[in-house]
Design a protein around this ligand. Structure first.
Ligand code: MD3
Ligand code: FE
Length: 235
């Protein structure tokens, strides 16, 4: 079902950017219709096109302060997805479990702030999908090398399950695995490309989901990897 995200001019409106001749043409193109995966799971194709191309520069200070690392699962396994965080709190996994922490355990310092354009993008995407007033305080940054996958899981470490999760895909394409509320429910396979944004809320907030093994390729923005940003209201 198509969503009532209004066509055109979204980019200029949501960024408040001054008029630029090179963007004025882009602004006149209709945005692809939002694609609903389920009642409250919406794919906004290319919604982050501008920020996606700017992402290497936007993420550089974050990754300088809080570099990629492979966290340990509570069971003692090294996670194959490399991770970092920005925002008031960051998601971590170690021998003691999964949780949000205000300090980066590697540096002992607060996580770096969310780049303002990315936070604004997440808020605009949430609003476009029907979740006004989204105030993300955590952004988990995942990095997938070729061959890396994320097995089916639920995200249940956040306090308020009424708040949505907003995901921004950067770099290499991936197949997102979108299941139901029970692990055995059937799984939809949804390609996610550079600049795609997905908003998950309501009944889908606790859906099982994962990422299929990444195919090997090169992307101009990220090189040989896929980066995913998930904006959350954790506190
Ligand atoms: C559906 N990340 O970090 S983003 C994760 O592409 C995670 O890195 C994947 O799953 C990635 O936990 C998928 C899409 C996503 C994120 C959170 C969700 C889908 C979700 C929370 C609830 C339901
Ligand atoms: Fe998840």
């Amino acid at each position: 079902m198509a969503l009532s995200v209004p066509p055109r001019t979204v980019r200029a409106q949501r960024t408040g950017r001054a008029s630029r001749p090179d963007l004025d043409t882009a602004v006149l193109l209709p945005r692809a219709a939002a694609q609903r995966l389920a009642e409250a799971a919406v794919v906004l194709r290319g919604f982050a096109a501008c920020e996606a191309d700017a992402s290497p520069a936007l993420l550089q200070p974050v990754l300088a302060a809080a570099p990629w690392r492979h966290m340990m699962t509570p069971g003692g396994q090294r996670m194959s997805v490399a991770m970092s965080n920005c925002g008031q709190v960051g998601w971590i996994s170690d021998r003691h479990g999964y949780r949000y922490e205000p300090l980066d355990p590697l540096s002992g310092l607060p996580w770096p702030p969310m780049p303002a354009p990315l936070r604004a993008l997440a808020q605009a995407a949430a609003a476009a999908a029907g979740f006004a007033g989204f105030e993300p305080d955590a952004c988990l940054i995942n990095c997938y090398a070729p061959g890396t996958r994320l097995t089916l899981h639920q995200d249940r470490d956040e306090r308020d399950m009424a708040a949505p999760v907003v995901s921004v895909s950067l770099g290499l394409p991936a197949i997102f695995l979108f299941g139901g509320l029970r692990r055995r429910d059937p799984v939809q396979r949804v390609p996610l490309l550079h600049g795609d944004v997905v908003v998950w809320g309501g009944p889908q907030r606790l859906a099982f989901h994962g990422i299929a093994a990444l195919a090997d390729a090169q992307h101009p923005a990220t090189g040989r990897c896929r980066i995913n940003l998930t904006f959350r209201q954790a506190l």
